[in-house]
Design a protein. Sequence first.
Length: 87
Amino acid sequence: MTSAFLLINCLIGFQNHIVSELKRLSEFVDIYKVDSTYDIIAKINVNSEEELQEITISKIRKIQGIKSTLTLVIVKHSSKTNSIENG
């Protein structure tokens, strides 16, 4: 399993449209609207980094209103209750 955070910079007026489109994709588990350099942060779970690349190219980049993206692949996970785990 490969997990990543996708940081999305939207064109003005497209934030709600992009969130709606991301909700249609089953790979996304969390989507946040934020006030920052980026407008949306979304967490995605896929089977491999190759699948992540394919979804980014074939689905995400085709959504109208996306100005740019930055993908942060999670290599280790840590929570308050668990020890550090891989992706």
